[in-house]
Design a protein around this ligand. Structure first.
Ligand SMILES: Nc1ncnc2c1ncn2[C@@H]1O[C@H](COP(=O)(O)OP(=O)(O)O)[C@@H](O)[C@H]1O
Ligand SMILES: [Mg+2]
Length: 363
């Protein structure tokens, strides 16, 4: 296909997507409002309380992936010089900021990262995700981000909005704008979560989103550097990435340039290595994959949104052998497409999932 055709197609998509946004916003806004109201959802609260009282499992049981933990040396050096130390949740009380929920973290507890978050295991059975800074031009900032900007009160609590106002006092325009983009990102993360959770409530891992302060130890002397960032926490999953069920992940045939920047692998799945699994359990997980695929397709078709379900964003818990979704990022189709250069990006992920389901060999 000629470049001109691609450009035209993308432009059309953007226009079409623009028309769909306002309706979708109204619908989803409603469901998010109920999410904000449902912070005290007793089921989630009690699950979190229990996790908080449970000592974290050994690292070996976590969905380990060396690649996801590895950083280049400048980053490692930086982490050694100014190591992360702890985090507080930041609220607003008595007309000023209020820090609570002390969460100790350290470079050794860094268990993974994607493009958007650094993930740390806490001493109890939960993980903490700290948003990475990304450029304003990042594909994640699409139509849903703009919706949050248009109606922030539907995605951020009164307390969070009051906190924003408080933090802005005496600050210049540049600072205020940067701070606002952090709050918008918090709202957007919550929006993504609410949307996926609405469709697949039992597969989605309960998540709490909040504004937090991260502390790094200063290299010389006492004290810390502080950074205000959107964060979230989840119960710690024990299991493996879908990728790790692949017995032979070999590079697809691609030209040099593509394989450098957009590497792809051919997966052969091998469930046998993970012990004997009851047929009933296999049927259940097949069904869950089917629902996930269906939802991803519907979302792409009807709302032009891409759920990023590659094999590092799906975990199968062990020993239960259950599918869990813990990363809910939704991308506008045209933005996602421009990064990957694929005609229908969700199909690529779906093909991998289907291969996995086939490998369970239930026929
Ligand atoms: N609840 C969890 N339990 C255990 N490990 C997790 C959990 N959430 C994330 N991780 C690990 O951290 C990695 C990155 O997390 P993710 O939420 O996908 O971040 P990003 O949004 O940056 O992609 C995952 O691939 C996984 O290895
Ligand atoms: Mg991810």
């Amino acid at each position: 296909m000629k470049f001109k055709d691609i450009a035209k197609r993308v432009r059309n998509r953007i226009q079409r997507a623009g028309q769909g946004i306002s309706d979708r916003g109204k619908e989803a806004g409603r469901s998010v409002r109920s999410i904000i109201g449902s912070f005290s959802d007793e089921y989630i609260e009690s699950a979190f309380r229990k996790a908080r009282e449970t000592i974290a499992p050994e690292r070996d049981f976590l969905p380990a992936d060396f690649q996801l933990r590895q950083s280049y040396w400048p980053r490692r050096l930086y982490e050694r010089m100014v190591p992360v130390s702890h985090v507080f949740r930041m609220g607003m009380r008595y007309k000023r900021e209020h820090l609570e929920d002390f969460m100790p973290i350290s470079p050794e507890h860094y268990i993974g990262r994607g493009s958007y978050k650094f993930v740390y295991s806490l001493p109890w059975k939960m993980v903490l995700k700290i948003s990475r800074r990304v450029l304003p031009s990042d594909p994640i900032f699409g139509s849903m981000y703009r919706e949050v900007d248009q109606r922030p009160e539907e995605f951020l609590s009164q307390e969070e909005l009051a906190l924003y106002d408080f933090l802005c006092e005496g600050k210049g325009k540049g600072k205020r704008d940067r701070l606002w983009s952090q709050f918008l990102r918090l709202g957007m993360e919550r929006y993504h979560y609410a949307k996926v959770r609405e469709a697949l409530p039992d597969l989605v891992l309960p998540t709490k989103f909040f504004m937090g302060v991260r502390y790094r130890k200063k290299p010389f002397g006492e004290g810390h550097y502080e950074s205000i960032r959107p964060m979230d926490s989840q119960i710690m999953l024990v299991g493996k990435h879908l990728k790790e069920f692949a017995s032979a992940a070999v590079h697809s045939e691609q030209n040099k340039l593509m394989s450098r920047f957009f590497p792809r692998w051919d997966f052969e799945f091998d469930v046998g290595r993970f012990g004997r699994i009851k047929k009933k359990v296999l049927l259940k997980i097949t069904e869950d994959f089917r629902r996930l695929i269906e939802y991803t397709e519907t979302l792409a078709r009807e709302e032009k949104l891409i759920l990023d379900i590659h094999t590092e964003n799906l975990i199968i818990t062990l020993p239960e052998f259950e599918l869990k979704i813990f990363d809910f990022h939704l991308f506008d189709e045209h933005l996602y497409e421009s990064t990957q250069g694929l005609a229908s990006p969700e199909q690529d992920h779906i093909a991998v999932l289907e291969r996995f389901v086939d490998s369970l060999d239930l026929h």
